[in-house]
Design a protein around this ligand. Sequence first.
Ligand code: SAH
Length: 281
Amino acid sequence: MTASAGDHPPYERLYIYYLEGLAGPAEAEFGSRFIGNWEEDGYSFLFFSAPAEQTVRHFLRARDDLKLLDQFDTTYDDWQGGRFTGLRAGRLLIYPAWGDHAAPAADEIVIRLDPGVVFGAGTHPTTQDCLAALEILSADAPGGTLLDLGTGTGVLALAAARLGWRRVLAVDFNRLAARTANANVKRNGLERRVLAIHGRAEQLVACPADAVVANLHYDVLRPLIRTEGFRGCAHWILSGLLRSQAREVEVFLETAGLKIRRRWSRDNTWFTYWGTHQKRL
Ligand code: SAH
C-alpha cells in the first residue's frame, strides 16, 4: 500500500508568502519553483518550493494593490498533516502521484493523486466516509450525473467517475483547489467525464444532477440543504458535520421528507449521511 523507500512528494519544503490583496493571474511570472496562489478573503498566499523572497518583492514593485504581510516555511509533510503514502477505501486505492505501487487486483480501482497544497488527500475521516458512501451509492444508483461541492483535490469527483458516474461537475471556491483538481482529473485520464470549476457550492447546487456529494463546513451546508437545487438531487451524501450540527441536519432532513439511508460517525465527532429524496424513490 505505501510507496516504496525513496519515493517522496514533489516538494520537501514549502515557502509561503502572505500578501494583503489578490495577486490573481499575475502569478504566471513566478517561475518553476512556484506552486500556486491560494486566495481567500482578500488575501493571497503564494506557495513556492524554494525561497522566493526576491522574486516576490520584485513582483510587488509593480503592484501597489498588494502588500507582503509575512512569510514562513514548513515541510510539505507537516503541511499535509503527515506523509501522504496512499490509502485504501473499499475497492478504491488512492495512491500518491509520485512513486511506484503494486498493481491493483482485478476488482480494485486506482486513483493517482497529487494533493499539491490543498485539502483532500483522502486521509481525513470525512473524506474516507464520503468514499465509503460513494461506493454504496454507486452500487445502488445507476451512474448518472453528480455534483461534488467543495472538491479540494478532486478526490471524491475522481472516485465517483471511477465508480461509474457518467458526468461529474466539481466546484471549489479556492481557485488553486479547482486547478489542482483538474490536474488530478487529467492525471487519471478522466477529462471527458469530470470537470472542476472555480465557484461557489451555493451556485452550483442549482445545476440539475442526479446526485450531490458535499463535504463542507456546516455554515455552507446549512443553507445549501434548504435549496431547491439540493432537493432536486435524488441522491445525496453530506459530510463535514460535527455532532451537534449533525443532529440539527438530521432533524431538518427528516422533517423535510428526505430519507437518510445510512449514517457514519468517526470517533463520535465527524458525521456523514447518505440519503435520498423520498419522493423520487
Ligand atoms: N471534497 C474534498 C475536500 C473537502 S474540504 C474531500 O472530501 O476531501 C472542503 C473544500 O470545500 C475546501 O477545498 C474548500 O476550499 C471548499 N469550500 C468551502 N466552502 C466552499 C463554498 N462555499 N463553495 C465551494 N467550495 C467551498
